[in-house]
Structure formats: C-alpha cells, structure tokens
Design a binder for this molecule. Structure first.
Ligand code: LAG
Ligand code: CA
Length: 474
C-alpha cells in the first residue's frame, strides 16, 4: 500500500480541495495530464450532512456511503476517474472511516438521507448506536484509548473492531477501487487502531489492469497521523508498516526554515536524520486544508514568495511522495468554496496566463510550481549530489546530470559560479519563465564546458529560486 502507481512521466499529487468531479475531469485532460502530474486527492466521496452556510468542513461529517456530494453525482465521479486515468492521472479518495457526523437537529445529507444523530442512528448505512464507541470526548493525547475510542470534536466514533463496521468500510472502499481509483487518504487515522486499519487494508481489492494498473497492484494508502515529533501516546511509527503516512514533521520543518527560523544549509541531510519516516513511507507536503487555516506557523499561498520556495524545494528533493495543495481563497476559517446562492459550488475560471479566478487559487497552476513538477519528472531516479551552501540560507544542489536548483533565502544577493552537473549549453530557468516554442520567457543560464554556470538570485527578485534541467535546454 505504499506505491502511488503514478504512470511513467507523471509524478506528484495535487489536492483539488472542494473541486467538482466534472471540473477535475476537465483539469486532468487540459492541464494535469499534459503537465505531468501524477494524481489528484479529491474531497470526500461519501454523502455528508448539509450544514448552514455550507462550511467546507461539512464534508467531514458523513451520513452515509452514498456517492452524492456537492462535488457531484456517482455517474460524474465514475466518469471523472475514467477520464483522469486515461490521461495518466490517478485519483485518490479522502476516506472518512473514523466517524460519522456530530449532533445536529433535523440532520439531512447531500443525497437526501436522514439521520437521528443524537441517537446515533444512520439508517442509510445502516448504523445504530451499537456500532459506535460509547460517546466520550477526546481530551487527553497522552492516552491512546481516549484518542482512539472517544469522539473527535463531537463526531460520532465508529468501532472498527466490529466486523459489521469493517464490512461497511471495506465495501465502500472496494466500490471506489472497482471504478478505478488508485488509493485513499485515511482521514483521522491517528484516531483508529492500527490493527483494525490493517485488517481493513488487507481486504481491499487489487487495482485493476483494465484501469491501466500493473497486475496485483495494491491501492496506495496514506494515513493522516498528525505527529510533529512531540511526546504523545500515538505516534506515526505505529502506522507505517503496511501503508504510507502523511509526514507532518516534514511540513513543519520546511515552513520553519523558509520562514527564517532555521538555516537552509541544514537541509544537506534532509530525510530520516531529521526524524522523518523513510522516504518510501512518506506522503510529503507544505500545507494542507487544515494547517492553512489553523496553524499560523505553516506557509500558505498567502505568503506567496517563500511558499513557492518551500514547494519548489519539496518538488526538487527526492524525499517522499509530494502533494501540492490547491486552495480556494478564504478570509475566515469556516468559509466554504466559491458557491452560488443555492449552495452549488462554482467552477474555477481559467485566465489566459493559466491561472485561476472566481475565488480559486489553484497553486498547481502557478508556473513556479507546475514547472517544478516537470523538473521532478525529468530528474526522477537520481540522487541529490554536489550540495552547495554559503553557510547560511543560500543552497544549491544537482539531481544527477539532469537538473540543478538554487535557493536564496538570505537578505543579500546570490551571485556566484556553481557546478550544475549539466552538459554545457544554454538552459531556461523554469522558475522565472518557461521554454515555449524554443524560446525562454525567463532568465537563461549558460553552462560552461566544465559544468559550471553563473547563478544569480538577487535578494529582491520575484522568486528566490532558480531551476534548470535537461528537459528545458535551448
Ligand atoms: C480531519 N483529519 O483527521 C480532517 O482533516 C479535518 O478537516 C476534520 O475536521 C477532522 N479530521 C474530522 O474529520 C474538520 C474541521 C472541524 C469540523 C470537522 C467536522 O476542522 O472544525 O468540526 O471537520 O465537520 C466541526 C466544528 C466542531 C464540531 C464538529 C461536530 O468545527 O466545533 O464539534 O463539527 O459537529
Ligand atoms: Ca476513533
């Protein structure tokens, strides 16, 4: 369950948070496939409770396993998966296995199901009170039983030790596998027992060759276990034997350093030496839909220059399976996606320069980000070599003989000769521009016979990164 099954020439996942299935299908065909993205994490597939003013988080309050949400219908979902697979882009579903909804009067769902949440009755599944842990509140992260058998912010906590509950969860996931999804994000994995989860994973179907997967392929599973390395009863190390884990410490350390609280030179040994899980077990990221709202330490699109530097570093470095966040703009924590007066989600609009409008940020359509996805594909299979730093926040490294990247997070210019490890010639810096019709729209870098080049990143430049690779040679 640790292989994302990206197609050759494709890498990195993007979280198209709250996008509609029809829009994702179009995005796969028009942008993600051609740009070499590997897959999409989509918002939850299961029916959720309708909540007043339609906050984004209503989708984390399931009411049944019917595939009807504000992202679209079952037919639209199936159509999206097929169209994305066809252009080499995988789909990963955000699966909520830990809980159902909290308590709400007159609860009804996006597929018109009803529930009596106060008595833990969800007839559209059906679940009754006996399928849940006896309600108690999670309030002690030093106690694994409290963390796993009590309610996360009042969300009714399913008992995954019951065969009946396991079967409901497995059937839901297998139905998604059977229409072609490549895997799942496991929401709130920290709040479930690893042994129960492993039973569930073991019962999942293989991915099917008819959807372009290799024979006997297992679904990719990446589990949300928030663990920044502090002392708590539950740790990420309990979860990575059978499946991947979302590496929150990776995200925390990157934001910390790019904000100026740690020197970039220390990234010379970035990886397990920092207390991260092994590379092959780690889904890595800079921000997610939660941390961009509730963790002021974490970089987001709102700090565009240093955010893009952190994302570029993630994509340039071989550690982990990277996930790029794609947001909608928000002013307050609860604000839902761009929507009309009837609560229908609006589609993003696409401008001439590739970027989005209509309230959608679409970080994945920022040149500095999608060009680094191309960089990652081009250098795949190589290591980090010829690390250079100035003893502070200017760093550079090669990826084999295929790519070179430099960062300047110091408050003075970077202007020096560096080994690029690339064959001599003229290269297009894919951060300040793109190679289009044989011409570079940004800076060009001249690599000498000895592999060295003059590398300049002035302190006031729009971007604090420079990246060149053999796929963008003039
Ligand atoms: C997750 N991972 O473990 C999701 O990434 C995260 O977005 C989910 O919380 C959480 N677990 C539950 O799936 C989100 C919001 C919460 C929201 C919850 C349920 O961050 O704020 O809670 O979804 O919608 C809300 C209210 C709470 C209330 C609760 C129950 O904010 O005050 O107690 O609903 O009604
Ligand atoms: Ca639980």
């Amino acid at each position: 369950h640790k292989d994302p099954h990206f197609k050759p020439g494709h890498d990195a996942m993007v979280h198209l948070f709250e996008w509609k299935w029809n829009d994702i299908a179009k995005e796969c065909e028009q942008f993600l496939g051609p740009m070499g993205f590997g897959g999409v994490q989509v918002s939850p597939l299961q029916e959720n409770l309708v909540i007043n003013n339609r906050p984004w988080w209503e989708r984390y309050q399931p009411i049944s396993y019917i595939w009807t949400t504000r992202s679209g219908s079952r037919e639209e979902f199936i159509n999206m998966v097929a169209r994305c697979n066809k252009v080499g882009v995988r789909i990963y579903v955000d699966a909520i296995l830990n809980h159902m909804s909290g308590n709400w009067q007159n609860a009804h769902g996006t597929g018109n199901s009803r529930a009596d949440t106060n008595s833990l009755s969800y007839p559209a599944v059906p679940y009754t009170a006996q399928n849940f842990h006896k309600p108690c509140a999670i309030n002690n992260y030093n106690d694994a039983v409290n963390v796993r058998n009590c309610e996360l912010t009042g969300l009714h906590d399913l008992d995954q030790s019951q065969e009946y509950v396991r079967n409901k969860l497995v059937d839901f996931m297998n139905a998604a596998i059977d229409v072609g999804v490549a895997g799942f994000r496991i929401d709130a994995a920290k709040h479930m027992w690893p042994a129960d989860l492993n039973v569930i994973y073991s019962r999942l179907h293989n991915l099917k060759t008819e959807h372009g997967f290799p024979a006997n392929a297992r679904p990719y599973i990446f589990q949300e276990v928030i663990d920044y390395g502090g002392k708590e009863a539950v740790s990420k190390h309990e979860y990575n034997s059978n499946a991947a884990v979302i590496e929150f410490k990776y995200a925390g350390e990157l934001s910390n350093a790019f904000r100026g609280n740690n020197l970039l030179k220390w990234f010379v040994n970035w990886g397990e030496k920092w207390g991260l899980l092994p590379s092959g077990d780690s889904l890595v990221f800079v921000d997610n839909h939660d941390t961009q709202r509730d963790n002021p330490q974490i970089l987001t699109y709102k700090n565009a220059k240093i955010y893009k530097m952190a994302v570029a570093f993630m994509l340039a470095h071989p550690f982990g399976t990277p996930r790029v966040m794609s947001s909608f703009d928000f002013q307050s924590k609860d604000q839902g996606p761009p929507q009309d007066g009837n609560g229908n989600i609006n589609s993003p609009t696409i401008k001439d320069d590739n970027s989005c409008g209509g309230g959608w940020i679409c970080e994945h359509r920022w040149r500095q980000i999608y060009n680094m996805v191309r960089f990652r594909n081009t250098v795949k299979g190589t290591d980090v070599n010829n690390w250079w730093d100035n003893g502070s926040n200017q760093i550079a490294f090669c990826r084999g003989n295929a790519g070179f990247v430099a960062f300047n997070a110091d408050q003075y210019d970077l202007n020096t000769n560096l080994k690029t490890c690339l064959p001599a010639g003229q290269y297009c810096d894919v951060i300040s521009g793109s190679l289009q019709n044989g011409k570079c729209t940004g800076k060009t870098v001249n690599v000498q016979q000895n592999g060295e080049a003059r590398i300049e990143i002035p302190k006031g430049a729009d971007d604090g990164v420079l990246a060149i690779h053999v796929g963008a040679k003039l």
